[in-house]
Design a protein. Structure first.
Length: 191
C-alpha cells in the first residue's frame, strides 16, 4: 500500500503484456480499461515486441530482454504474459521446441491466439465464442462480417465500443489459456 497525504491508496498490480503487434497492444490497453472499471487495480505494461513480429521464439526472446530491463528499473511484475499467434508454429520445429522452456524460465504465461488475433477477437462476440476459423484470412473475413468497421491496429477506445467485460468473459469461458490468464490477474471466470 502507498500512503498518500493521510490516506492509503491501494497499489496497482503490475502486469506485463507482451504484444506481437499494434492490434494486440490495443487489446492489452482495453484489458487495462476494463480492469479499472471492475476495480481490479491493475497496471498493464503493454509492450510492443518489434522487431520480431511473427516469429514466436524471437518475440519471446525480445520479451525476455525487455522484462529484464523493466524489472531492473521499476521492480518485479506481478504477472507476465505474451500474446502470440499460433499460425507461426510449425515452420521450424527446432525453434518451436525452445519456446516453452524459455517462457517457463522467465515465468511468462503464453497466450496463444489460434490462428491469429482476429480469430481471438471473434470469440468475444455473442454466437462466435466457439468459432474456429482455420486461417488468418478467414478469421479476418468472419470478424469483418459481424464488425464491418474493424481494421487491424484499431485503437483501444474503438475496440472498447465493441468489446466489454461481458465479451472478455465470454471468450474466457471457452478459451482455457485465456481463462487462466484472466483468473491469474484477478478477473472472476465461471466455466
Amino acid at each position: 500500500m502507498k500512503r498518500v497525504v493521510g490516506r492509503v491508496r491501494k497499489q496497482r498490480r503490475r502486469i506485463y503484456f507482451g504484444c506481437e503487434g499494434e492490434s494486440e497492444q490495443s487489446y492489452g490497453k482495453l484489458l487495462g480499461m476494463i480492469a479499472d472499471d471492475a476495480g481490479l487495480f491493475l497496471h498493464f505494461d503493454t509492450d510492443l515486441l518489434r522487431p520480431g513480429g511473427g516469429d514466436p521464439l524471437a518475440l519471446l526472446q525480445l520479451a525476455e530482454r525487455r522484462l529484464e530491463e523493466k524489472e531492473r528499473r521499476h521492480g518485479r511484475f506481478d504477472f507476465k504474459a505474451v500474446l502470440l499467434d499460433r499460425d507461426k508454429i510449425g515452420i521450424c520445429h527446432e525453434r518451436d521446441a525452445l519456446i516453452e522452456p524459455l517462457a517457463a524460465r522467465n515465468k511468462i504465461y503464453l497466450l496463444w491466439q489460434t490462428p491469429c488475433h482476429e480469430a481471438f477477437l471473434l470469440r468475444h462476440f455473442d454466437g462466435f465464442a466457439t468459432a474456429q476459423p482455420y486461417s488468418s484470412t478467414l478469421a479476418y473475413e468472419q470478424l469483418r462480417r459481424i464488425w464491418p468497421e474493424y481494421k487491424k491496429n484499431i485503437p483501444a477506445v474503438e475496440l472498447a465500443a465493441r468489446v466489454d467485460l461481458a465479451a472478455v468473459l465470454r471468450a474466457g469461458s471457452v478459451l482455457q489459456e485465456f481463462a487462466e490468464f484472466l483468473s491469474g490477474i484477478g478477473f472472476r471466470i465461471t466455466r
